[in-house]
Design a protein around this ligand. Structure first.
Ligand SMILES: [Zn+2]
Length: 777
């Protein structure tokens, strides 16, 4: 499902003279709730003063946008209400007219006191929560064992410690990797060195090398291989084949489950598009050059002759570009079911490949007639025909490079320095990430249920799941009730749309079984990690994960498996997967400003409620609408509904294409971001309806006299406070399927009449334009 490549960078002239916004960091002195109350009293006083004396037109304007002061509401006096009241007020910039620019009104204070760290290109409420999560996990990973804890905790502690132990890593040098290369028969570019193994083209065995790389080392190359739940029989597994990733990301295979999954915010490491752009897009020639140099430098550091490395890596990048080009020329067009015999087209012996790769526990083993879901028949057919004419040396060089590039992060500082140089070029940051952060992230990614258990034990309140489920119920009901008044979806299609909403599977917080020590330890029983073998720990992890995924083929599907393959509990994000029609809301998202049990409902509906609505709406956005309730890629609406949908989506595309990032004076790509924008707009409406429809009057927060409606929109807007460097602004425009924070706020609010009413925004003002784009409402 790849969008056409864009060359917006080349087409849009850059304004080099535009000065970037680099807000100074103002030390913010916390003066407690007194400040909040004082500010509020001042506002109230001003309002009254204005009413009495009619002082100035400017103050009149201010007054027009102030809420009526409610007299009959209680004040919430829990600690969280005080904390949140302080946050709401200090994040705002109330000197701005909310009808002129609501993002600045809601987030001006936050943006004023945040600067972008040197290892980042933007800073946001999300990145702050992620930093805070890393701090929490660091404490948990460094904690001494206690009696009665799950024995699998040792895995994450040891792996984290081995990662921090750079002295030992440096002592080992490249040997851990060269040993692996030798065992695979050598990397051709390394020639007669031990890790080159005097590689011989005539004895090259494609299927055998592929099986070793995919089966033992978990590397996805040329065709992406996995097992999934069979949609036609949800207790069984089936093999799948689809397009691979290119260039980046080289990530653990479990994370690549994220492909095809919509995330609430960008997971940069998993961008399928970026790799393709680096290989093919003219405006990415600088990054492509850096990628080539990176490959050469790594090969030379492993012992290659520089002249040979230059020649081999040039051929390799051409080989990879050809494959990337095949994916672009032959985009996703639906899934077919093949047998192993059929999919190989007498060019690749898939049956032998699987027989070599699958664990012995897969019983009975596979034959020519084994079924396989072919998610990318166009790509796989074309790449198979193309590859038969390719030189064996470049094939072997490429296949092993994929392993090498994934293992570089686990090597010594010589290799890390080469990697940093490349990443700084591609990620546009000024400095590398601190080692401990890399170590925390790696351990949390790899052992997500161990870290998840540690996290929820310490930082998650049990009744959160039940309360969130109630919000899910109300938002889903609101979505369905809006169908009744929807005037573009054909009556006959409304039933199937409601059915799909009802069929959505929702996982919240964490999977139940991780709370059971026996079950958690059983999950990791075959895995071990020591505190001084970082590389080996990861090699073992990859084999364990890969073999475990493949061994599932003949096993029954276990509960909770599919959704929790999107990510673990300690993740600050939310996901929707169209292929399984499911939503994941991890525990680490269920905290302020998204959710807190002591906050009034307008806070929680403006926070997690909108996020849930956003994910539900993904089931019906420009890509979600192509999948039915069982996740089948099919046409399931009448043509008239589809035409009407496209017309309404176009309105959103045009609206967001007008927005300009001031940091580089470039406009957004409304086509690239349409799915997320449709989801933001729908989610905001659904949660608003759920909030205002079902809930009894909620108390005010101390010091804040806004109406519930105003608080709802303020809560939503403050989720997206963010500051960008010019590189960050370019990056979000070029590579992110989400609109940048400011326009997630402005775009969705401009289309929302309830917002205009809540803030008395005059018709025709910036925040209340006459043209309103609406898809789901
Ligand atoms: Zn989304």
């Amino acid at each position: 499902m790849k969008d056409k490549l864009t060359t917006s960078k080349a087409q849009l002239a850059r304004e080099d003279s535009v000065v970037s916004k680099s807000p100074s960091k103002i030390p913010f002195i916390l003066v407690g709730i007194f400040a909040a109350v004082t500010i509020a009293l001042m506002i109230t006083t001003i309002v009254f003063a204005v009413q009495k004396n009619d002082i100035a037109a400017k103050l009149d304007e201010l007054k027009a946008n102030k809420p009526p002061v409610p007299v009959d509401r209680e004040t919430c006096t829990t600690k969280q209400c005080y904390d949140s009241a302080y946050a709401y007020l200090s994040n705002m910039n109330q000197s701005v007219n909310p009808c002129d620019n609501f993002f600045e009104y809601a987030c001006g204070g936050w943006n004023q006191r945040h600067t972008v760290p040197e290892d980042q290109i933007k800073v946001s409420v999300f990145s702050s929560l992620r930093d805070d999560l890393k701090d929490k996990l660091k404490v948990l990973f460094e904690r001494s064992p206690i009696a009665g804890e799950p024995s699998s905790y040792h895995i994450i502690r040891n792996d984290y410690q081995s990662c921090e132990d750079l002295d030992t890593i440096n002592e080992l040098g490249a040997k851990p990797l060269t040993d692996v290369l030798t065992s695979l028969g050598g990397w051709p570019v390394l020639g007669s060195t031990p890790a080159g193994g005097n590689w011989n083209a005539t004895t090259f065995d494609f299927e055998k090398l592929w099986a070793a790389l995919r089966g033992t080392h978990g590397v996805q190359i040329i065709v992406y291989i996995d097992t999934v739940t069979d949609p036609n029989n949800k207790t069984k597994h089936k093999l799948t084949a689809s397009t691979p990733f290119f260039v980046v990301p080289k990530v653990g295979i479990e994370k690549t489950q994220l492909r095809g999954v919509k995330t609430l915010i960008d997971e940069r490491d998993y961008s399928e598009e970026l790799g393709i752009k680096i290989l093919l897009d003219e405006s990415y020639s600088k990054e492509r050059k850096a990628y080539l140099q990176y490959m050469i430098d790594i090969a030379v550091a492993l012992g290659a002759d520089e002249t040979v490395a230059k020649e081999d890596m040039k051929n390799l990048i051409e080989f990879e570009s050809n494959m990337a080009n095949i994916t672009v020329l032959h985009p996703y067009s639906g899934t077919t079911e093949n047998t192993l015999k059929e999919i190989g087209m007498d060019v690749i012996d898939w049956t032998r490949f699987f027989q070599l790769m699958l664990p012995a526990s897969v019983d009975p083993g596979v034959t020519d007639d084994e079924p396989i879901f072919n998610y990318s028949p166009n790509y796989i057919g074309n790449v198979t025909m193309w590859i038969k004419d390719q030189d064996n040396r470049v094939k072997a060089n490429y296949m092993i490079w994929c392993l090498v590039s994934e293992m570089v992060p686990f090597l010594n500082e010589t290799f890390l320095a080469i990697q940093h140089e490349y990443q700084l070029e591609v990620n546009k940051t000024m400095s590398p990430t601190a080692r401990w952060k890399t170590c925390v992230n790696n351990a949390n990614d790899q052992y997500m249920f161990i870290s998840g258990r540690m996290y929820v034990d310490e930082h998650f309140t049990e009744d959160t799941i039940q309360k969130t489920l109630e919000i899910v119920h109300n938002v889903r009901t609101a979505f369905k009730s809006m169908l009744k008044t929807n005037d573009w979806l054909q009556e006959e299609d409304k039933g199937v749309v409601a059915e799909k909403a009802d069929a959505m599977d929702i996982a919240i917080g964490y999977p139940e079984w991780i709370k059971n020590n026996t079950k958690l330890d059983a999950k990791y029983a075959d895995l071990t990690a020591t505190d001084d073998e970082y590389f080996q720990n990861n090699l073992r992890y990859r084999e364990w994960l890969s073999q475990g995924a493949l061994a599932r083929l003949r096993e029954e599907v276990k509960d909770d498996y599919s959704l929790w393959s999107f990510g673990g509990p300690a993740v600050v994000n939310a996901m929707y997967g169209a292929a399984i029609n499911g939503i994941l809301i991890p525990a680490a998202l269920l905290q302020p400003p998204f959710y807190h049990k002591d906050l009034p409902w307008y806070s929680n509906y403006g926070g997690i409620g909108v996020i849930i609505g956003h994910e539900i709406t993904h089931g019906f956005d420009n890509s979600g609408r192509r999948f039915d309730k069982d996740g089948n890629y099919t046409v399931w609406w009448r043509q008239e509904s589809i035409d009407n949908f496209l017309e309404r989506a176009q309105c959103i595309i045009d609206q967001y294409s007008e927005f300009i990032m001031p940091e580089t004076n470039r406009s957004l790509n409304g086509g690239q971001t349409q799915g997320e924008n449709i989801a933001d707009n729908g989610g905001l409406r659904e949660s608003y309806k759920a909030n205002m429809g079902n809930i009894p009057k909620q108390p005010r927060l101390p010091g804040i006299d806004f109406t519930e409606e105003q608080m709802f929109f303020l809560s939503y807007s403050q989720l997206w406070c963010s500051v960008f460097t010019p590189e960050g602004a370019d990056d979000v425009i070029d590579n992110d399927v989400h609109s940048p924070g400011p326009y997630r706020v402005i775009g969705a609010l401009q289309n929302n009449e309830a917002f205009s009413a809540a803030f008395n925004c005059p018709a025709g003002s910036y925040m209340n334009p006459d043209l309103k784009c609406k898809v789901w409402y």
